[in-house]
Design a protein around this ligand. Structure first.
Ligand SMILES: [Zn+2]
Length: 237
Protein backbone atom coordinates (compact mmCIF):
# COMPACT_ATOMS: atom_id res chain seq x y z
CA UNK A 1 0.00 0.00 0.00
CA UNK A 2 2.83 2.38 0.95
CA UNK A 3 4.62 1.61 -2.33
CA UNK A 4 1.43 2.31 -4.29
CA UNK A 5 1.00 5.66 -2.56
CA UNK A 6 4.60 6.66 -3.34
CA UNK A 7 4.10 5.55 -6.97
CA UNK A 8 0.91 7.64 -7.29
CA UNK A 9 2.62 10.63 -5.68
CA UNK A 10 5.50 10.44 -8.17
CA UNK A 11 3.03 10.18 -11.08
CA UNK A 12 1.13 13.21 -9.76
CA UNK A 13 4.32 15.27 -9.45
CA UNK A 14 5.61 14.32 -12.91
CA UNK A 15 2.26 15.21 -14.48
CA UNK A 16 2.28 18.63 -12.85
CA UNK A 17 5.86 19.32 -13.88
CA UNK A 18 4.89 18.41 -17.46
CA UNK A 19 1.87 20.72 -17.38
CA UNK A 20 3.95 23.59 -16.01
CA UNK A 21 6.48 23.18 -18.82
CA UNK A 22 3.80 23.17 -21.48
CA UNK A 23 1.94 26.17 -20.11
CA UNK A 24 1.87 28.80 -22.81
CA UNK A 25 3.06 32.34 -22.26
CA UNK A 26 0.17 34.77 -22.66
CA UNK A 27 1.05 37.90 -24.58
CA UNK A 28 -0.97 41.09 -25.04
CA UNK A 29 -0.10 42.62 -28.42
CA UNK A 30 -0.81 46.35 -28.53
CA UNK A 31 -1.10 47.83 -32.03
CA UNK A 32 -2.40 51.04 -33.55
CA UNK A 33 -1.26 54.52 -34.41
CA UNK A 34 0.92 53.29 -37.26
CA UNK A 35 0.21 51.08 -40.25
CA UNK A 36 1.84 47.66 -40.67
CA UNK A 37 1.49 44.54 -42.76
CA UNK A 38 -1.09 42.68 -40.70
CA UNK A 39 -1.00 39.31 -42.52
CA UNK A 40 2.81 39.08 -42.37
CA UNK A 41 2.99 40.25 -38.75
CA UNK A 42 0.34 37.87 -37.46
CA UNK A 43 1.66 34.97 -39.53
CA UNK A 44 4.88 35.47 -37.57
CA UNK A 45 3.03 35.69 -34.25
CA UNK A 46 1.11 32.49 -35.04
CA UNK A 47 4.38 30.67 -35.72
CA UNK A 48 5.86 31.42 -32.26
CA UNK A 49 5.60 28.17 -30.33
CA UNK A 50 4.29 28.04 -26.76
CA UNK A 51 3.00 31.57 -27.02
CA UNK A 52 -0.64 32.61 -27.13
CA UNK A 53 -1.64 36.18 -27.73
CA UNK A 54 -4.48 38.64 -27.99
CA UNK A 55 -4.42 41.95 -29.85
CA UNK A 56 -5.71 45.22 -28.47
CA UNK A 57 -5.60 48.26 -30.76
CA UNK A 58 -5.17 51.92 -29.85
CA UNK A 59 -6.69 54.27 -28.92
CA UNK A 60 -8.76 51.88 -26.78
CA UNK A 61 -5.81 49.63 -25.78
CA UNK A 62 -4.47 51.94 -23.07
CA UNK A 63 -7.63 51.40 -21.02
CA UNK A 64 -6.14 47.97 -20.28
CA UNK A 65 -3.73 49.67 -17.88
CA UNK A 66 -6.62 50.75 -15.66
CA UNK A 67 -7.06 47.11 -14.64
CA UNK A 68 -4.11 45.18 -16.01
CA UNK A 69 -4.52 41.45 -15.54
CA UNK A 70 -4.14 38.20 -17.39
CA UNK A 71 -0.88 38.47 -19.33
CA UNK A 72 2.72 37.46 -18.79
CA UNK A 73 4.13 39.80 -21.42
CA UNK A 74 3.00 42.96 -23.21
CA UNK A 75 4.29 43.35 -26.75
CA UNK A 76 4.16 47.00 -27.82
CA UNK A 77 3.84 47.44 -31.58
CA UNK A 78 1.88 50.68 -31.41
CA UNK A 79 2.88 54.31 -31.91
CA UNK A 80 0.79 56.81 -30.00
CA UNK A 81 1.19 59.90 -27.83
CA UNK A 82 -2.12 59.99 -25.98
CA UNK A 83 -2.47 58.27 -22.62
CA UNK A 84 -4.38 59.45 -19.56
CA UNK A 85 -2.76 60.08 -16.20
CA UNK A 86 -4.73 57.16 -14.72
CA UNK A 87 -3.52 54.82 -17.49
CA UNK A 88 0.06 55.97 -16.94
CA UNK A 89 -0.30 55.28 -13.22
CA UNK A 90 -1.69 51.81 -14.01
CA UNK A 91 1.28 51.01 -16.25
CA UNK A 92 3.76 52.30 -13.69
CA UNK A 93 2.18 50.14 -10.98
CA UNK A 94 2.22 47.12 -13.30
CA UNK A 95 5.95 47.60 -13.91
CA UNK A 96 6.47 47.86 -10.16
CA UNK A 97 4.49 44.67 -9.51
CA UNK A 98 6.20 42.71 -12.30
CA UNK A 99 5.48 42.23 -16.03
CA UNK A 100 7.35 41.22 -19.16
CA UNK A 101 7.77 44.01 -21.73
CA UNK A 102 8.85 43.72 -25.35
CA UNK A 103 8.93 46.84 -27.53
CA UNK A 104 9.08 46.53 -31.29
CA UNK A 105 10.25 49.00 -33.90
CA UNK A 106 8.04 52.15 -33.90
CA UNK A 107 7.00 51.66 -30.25
CA UNK A 108 10.14 53.68 -29.46
CA UNK A 109 8.43 56.76 -30.96
CA UNK A 110 5.49 56.66 -28.51
CA UNK A 111 5.00 59.04 -25.57
CA UNK A 112 7.54 61.76 -26.29
CA UNK A 113 6.62 63.48 -23.02
CA UNK A 114 6.51 60.44 -20.71
CA UNK A 115 9.98 59.79 -19.34
CA UNK A 116 8.96 56.68 -17.38
CA UNK A 117 8.11 54.95 -20.68
CA UNK A 118 11.45 56.05 -22.19
CA UNK A 119 13.35 54.77 -19.17
CA UNK A 120 11.59 51.39 -19.12
CA UNK A 121 12.15 50.93 -22.87
CA UNK A 122 15.71 52.22 -22.66
CA UNK A 123 15.56 54.83 -25.39
CA UNK A 124 13.51 57.24 -27.47
CA UNK A 125 13.13 58.15 -31.13
CA UNK A 126 13.07 61.92 -30.73
CA UNK A 127 10.51 63.96 -32.60
CA UNK A 128 11.37 67.62 -32.15
CA UNK A 129 9.51 70.42 -33.80
CA UNK A 130 12.43 72.71 -33.08
CA UNK A 131 14.89 71.91 -35.90
CA UNK A 132 17.86 73.18 -33.89
CA UNK A 133 17.37 70.35 -31.38
CA UNK A 134 18.33 66.68 -31.80
CA UNK A 135 15.93 64.96 -34.18
CA UNK A 136 15.74 61.27 -35.03
CA UNK A 137 15.22 60.12 -38.61
CA UNK A 138 14.27 57.05 -40.62
CA UNK A 139 14.94 55.48 -43.99
CA UNK A 140 12.94 52.69 -45.61
CA UNK A 141 14.21 49.64 -47.51
CA UNK A 142 17.79 49.58 -46.31
CA UNK A 143 20.20 46.64 -46.20
CA UNK A 144 22.02 46.72 -42.90
CA UNK A 145 23.97 44.37 -40.71
CA UNK A 146 22.97 42.92 -37.35
CA UNK A 147 26.03 42.01 -35.29
CA UNK A 148 25.42 40.01 -32.15
CA UNK A 149 27.03 42.06 -29.37
CA UNK A 150 26.22 39.72 -26.47
CA UNK A 151 26.68 36.09 -27.52
CA UNK A 152 26.04 34.77 -24.01
CA UNK A 153 22.68 36.37 -23.33
CA UNK A 154 19.68 33.97 -23.31
CA UNK A 155 18.02 36.07 -26.05
CA UNK A 156 20.90 36.21 -28.54
CA UNK A 157 22.57 32.92 -27.62
CA UNK A 158 23.23 30.71 -30.68
CA UNK A 159 22.14 33.42 -33.15
CA UNK A 160 24.73 34.38 -35.75
CA UNK A 161 25.31 37.81 -37.28
CA UNK A 162 22.90 38.40 -40.15
CA UNK A 163 21.82 40.87 -42.83
CA UNK A 164 18.56 42.79 -42.52
CA UNK A 165 16.40 44.46 -45.16
CA UNK A 166 14.06 46.78 -43.31
CA UNK A 167 13.71 50.37 -42.12
CA UNK A 168 16.57 52.01 -40.20
CA UNK A 169 16.32 54.70 -37.56
CA UNK A 170 19.05 57.26 -37.00
CA UNK A 171 19.98 59.73 -34.24
CA UNK A 172 17.99 57.84 -31.61
CA UNK A 173 18.57 58.36 -27.90
CA UNK A 174 19.67 55.13 -26.18
CA UNK A 175 20.06 54.99 -22.40
CA UNK A 176 23.70 54.36 -21.52
CA UNK A 177 22.81 51.61 -19.05
CA UNK A 178 21.04 49.16 -21.41
CA UNK A 179 22.49 45.72 -22.05
CA UNK A 180 23.26 45.79 -25.77
CA UNK A 181 22.40 42.56 -27.60
CA UNK A 182 22.74 43.59 -31.27
CA UNK A 183 24.61 46.45 -32.96
CA UNK A 184 24.97 47.61 -36.55
CA UNK A 185 27.88 49.19 -38.41
CA UNK A 186 25.63 50.93 -40.95
CA UNK A 187 26.68 54.58 -40.93
CA UNK A 188 23.14 55.98 -40.91
CA UNK A 189 21.56 53.52 -38.50
CA UNK A 190 21.39 53.92 -34.76
CA UNK A 191 24.39 52.06 -33.35
CA UNK A 192 22.44 49.50 -31.33
CA UNK A 193 19.48 47.59 -32.74
CA UNK A 194 18.45 45.52 -29.76
CA UNK A 195 18.90 45.66 -26.02
CA UNK A 196 17.52 44.32 -22.77
CA UNK A 197 16.91 45.85 -19.37
CA UNK A 198 16.29 44.50 -15.90
CA UNK A 199 13.97 47.32 -14.90
CA UNK A 200 13.59 45.91 -11.40
CA UNK A 201 13.81 42.37 -9.94
CA UNK A 202 10.30 41.55 -11.26
CA UNK A 203 10.23 43.37 -14.60
CA UNK A 204 12.36 42.81 -17.67
CA UNK A 205 12.15 44.72 -20.93
CA UNK A 206 13.54 44.25 -24.44
CA UNK A 207 13.66 46.60 -27.43
CA UNK A 208 14.08 45.36 -31.02
CA UNK A 209 14.52 48.01 -33.73
CA UNK A 210 13.85 46.10 -36.98
CA UNK A 211 10.18 45.41 -37.52
CA UNK A 212 8.70 47.57 -40.24
CA UNK A 213 8.14 44.47 -42.32
CA UNK A 214 6.97 42.51 -44.10
CA UNK A 215 10.21 40.77 -45.17
CA UNK A 216 11.84 40.78 -41.73
CA UNK A 217 8.82 39.03 -40.18
CA UNK A 218 9.59 35.91 -42.24
CA UNK A 219 13.26 35.78 -41.17
CA UNK A 220 13.85 32.81 -38.84
CA UNK A 221 16.57 34.67 -36.92
CA UNK A 222 14.24 37.59 -36.29
CA UNK A 223 11.50 35.21 -35.19
CA UNK A 224 13.91 33.51 -32.80
CA UNK A 225 14.98 36.85 -31.35
CA UNK A 226 11.36 37.84 -30.80
CA UNK A 227 10.42 34.47 -29.28
CA UNK A 228 13.51 34.51 -27.03
CA UNK A 229 12.68 38.07 -25.96
CA UNK A 230 9.18 37.05 -24.92
CA UNK A 231 10.52 34.02 -23.03
CA UNK A 232 13.20 36.07 -21.28
CA UNK A 233 10.81 38.89 -20.39
CA UNK A 234 8.49 36.25 -18.88
CA UNK A 235 11.37 34.82 -16.79
CA UNK A 236 11.25 31.56 -18.77
CA UNK A 237 14.83 31.90 -19.94
ZN1 LIG B 1 8.48 51.52 -39.67
Amino acid sequence: MKALCIYLLICFCLTNVGNARQEKISVLVITGGHGFDRPAFFEMMDALRNIEYKELAQPEANAYFLNPEGYDVILFYDMVQEISEAEKAGFEQLVKDGIGLVFLHHAIVSYQDWDFYRDVLGGRYIENEDSTQMQSNYQHDVHYDARIADKDHPISLAIEDFEIFDEIYGQVFISPDVNVLISSSHSESMEHLMWSREVNPKTRSVYLQPGHGPGIFADSRYRNLLKNSILWAAFRR
